[in-house]
Design a protein around this ligand. Structure first.
Ligand SMILES: [Zn+2]
Length: 320
């Protein structure tokens, strides 16, 4: 099957979901975003938790406004301050063990079927990324992912629309999700792109929708050319742990709220070594898991991203 997966923004199909996503934003007021604003300009300081959604730019279901981003950050800062007062942040700064439930969805004709060996490889890729095993400058986050359970479903509707239709996504996740805010649920389906994640601060409002959806073709050995080393799951789990894209905020000083990921004007395609798209110092962080580069180009989270993940973990997931 010919694959044209790439890490750009969502296809039109996700326009439907953009409306659904509004209700998922937890603390952010629903009026702060509308479908129109999500569709107009993805380069206007908006945000995305989706990776590799091809097609029309601006329909990324997770794009949020600057106001919503600031609301999310304000909430994170408040919760971190409260946790600091309780002494909880330092206790968790070394990471933790995260149980993973892998939901492998396939069709009646067998598309999407996944072996235990493939799932094990996928979990190893995830662990390598969070362990900083791919680069000497990568953060060693201390988070370890342990496969707790693999669940398999034969369901054409879920496979084909489980990530691209809000009602079907809700049905699939509600019927299958396992665990708490600290449990990473991964669904593999045929997503219109490569992946999609919920942010940690959404959990309180929509606990049953919490988790990561990846395209079945993105797993190690899958059919998504340039994106089949399994690092879509690393990227999406970064979102699930509270990270934004490295191109968030584009060339602004605030950028992605992480000081050691230099600003970049937009998502990267391929692996253009030395690319530098913003006047601020530092070349674009094309090797960062939170850019849109090829899997082969990805090799790191930064220490600053690690701090943000630790904080979000403490604020929204650990023990929740
Ligand atoms: Zn993303």
């Amino acid at each position: 099957m010919f694959q044209t997966k790439k890490r750009s923004h969502a296809a039109l199909a996700a326009g439907l979901l953009a409306a659904g996503a509004i209700t998922l934003l937890g603390g952010a007021p629903a009026t702060a975003v509308n479908t129109a604003s999500e569709c107009v300009d993805t380069h206007a300081g908006e945000h995305s938790a989706a990776r590799g959604l091809p097609g029309v730019k601006g329909h990324d279901r997770n794009e949020i406004s600057d106001a919503q981003a600031e609301a999310m950050n304000a909430d994170l800062r408040k919760k971190v301050m409260e946790a600091n007062q309780r002494g909880a942040v330092s206790a968790l700064a070394a990471g933790g063990t995260i149980n993973v439930v892998f939901h492998a969805v396939s069709t009646t004709s067998g598309t999407g079927k996944m072996t235990d060996a493939t799932i094990a490889k996928q979990i190893k890729v995830l662990n390598d990324g969070f362990a900083g095993a791919e680069s000497s400058v990568a953060a060693k986050t201390g988070f370890t992912f342990v496969l707790q359970q693999t669940k398999r479903y034969t369901n054409d509707k879920w496979f084909n629309k489980g990530a691209d239709d809000a009602a079907i996504e809700r049905e699939m996740k509600t019927q299958t999700r396992v665990g708490t805010a600290a449990t990473l649920n991964v669904w593999s389906v045929d997503i219109d792109g490569l992946g999609f994640a919920t942010f940690p601060n959404w959990y309180a409002g929509e606990p049953k929708l919490d988790g990561v959806v990846i395209d079945y073709s993105s797993v190690p050995g899958g059919s998504a050319t340039n994106f089949n080393l399994g690092k879509t799951l690393t990227h999406e789990t970064g979102h699930w742990m509270g990270l934004w894209h490295t191109f968030q905020g584009e060339c602004t000083k605030k950028n992605d709220e992480v000081a050691d990921t230099p600003a970049q004007s937009g998502p990267t395609s391929g692996c253009p070594e030395g690319q530098d798209t913003c006047p601020a110092s530092g070349v674009d962080p094309i090797h960062n898991y939170m850019d849109y580069s090829y899997d082969s180009c990805y090799n790191q989270f930064t220490p600053g991203q690690n701090t943000r993940m630790q904080n979000a973990w403490t604020a929204y997931r650990s023990g929740k």
